[in-house]
Design a binder for this molecule. Sequence first.
Ligand code: ADP
Length: 273
Amino acid sequence: RRVTSDIKTLTEEVERFAKGKKLEIETLKVRENYRKEFIGNVSHELKTPLFTVQGYILTLLDGALKDKKVRKKYLSRASKGVDRLIYIVKDLDMITKLETGDLNLYLETFDIVELIQNVFDLLEMKSTKREISLTFDKDYPPIFVKADKERIQQVITNLIVNSIKYGKKGGTSEISLEKLKGDKVMFRVTDNGEGIEKENIPRLFERFFRVDKTGSRREGGSGLGLSIVKHIIEAHNEQIFVESVYGIGSEFSFTLPMSDEMSEEEIEDAGQF
Ligand code: ADP
C-alpha cells in the first residue's frame, strides 16, 4: 500500500511540475507575441517619416539642390520629418521605461494650479489656431499636490493637446479642478469635439491605438500618448477616467494626492520672516 501511495504522490508531483511548465511556456508565448507586435508597430511608425525624409534627400541629390528656393523648401520638409522621428523615438523610449519599471518618479510638492496655468499659456496659441476656445478659471487658489511635476506636466499637456487635436472648429476645451474627499484632487479636461465610439473606449490606452490612423498621423500623433499618460498616473497609484459620446465630446480626468507638506516656495517664503 505504501508503494501505491508513493507512486500517487510522485504522479501528483509530476503533474504539478508539468502544469507549472505549461503555464511558463504560455506566459513566454504571450510575451513573445507582445514583443513581435511591438516591433511590428515600431517599424511601421518609423517607416513613413523615414521614407518622407529619404524622398526629399533623393530629390535634392537629383538636381533640386541647384534651385535655392526649392532647396530651402525641401530641406525644411526633411527637417520636419526628422523632428517627427525624434518625437516618436522619445515616446518609445518613455513607454519602454514605463513598462519595464525603469522610470523613477521624483515626488515633490507643487501647486497644480500654477502648473496648469503654465501649460495653458503654452497651448493657448495652438487652440486659437484651431479655433477652439481653451478655458481655465484664473481664480483658483493654489492647490498643492505631491507628484512628479515633470511627468504630470506631460500628462496634462497630452490630454489638453488631444482635446484640441480632436476638437471641432469653433468648439471648446475646458480645464477644471475639483477637490475630492480623501485629500485628492481631480483634474478634468472636457471637449465638445468628435467624441469616441463606445467600442473604441476600452482600447484608447493601448499602445499605438488610434481611432483614425491617418487623421492622427497628420496631426503628428504617435498613438502612444494616452498609453504613456495611463502609465504615469498608475505609477503614482492614482486613477485615470474617460467618458465620451460619439459626436458629442469627451472628458478625460485623473486624480492626484493633495499634499499637506509645504512646497519649496512656501518654505522659502516662511524663511523670510
Ligand atoms: P495620438 O498620438 O493618436 O493622439 P493618443 O494615445 O494620444 O494618440 O490617443 C489615441 C487615440 O484616441 C487618438 O488617435 C484618437 O483617436 C483618440 N482620442 C484621444 N483623445 C481624444 C479626444 N479628446 N477626443 C476624441 N478622440 C480622442
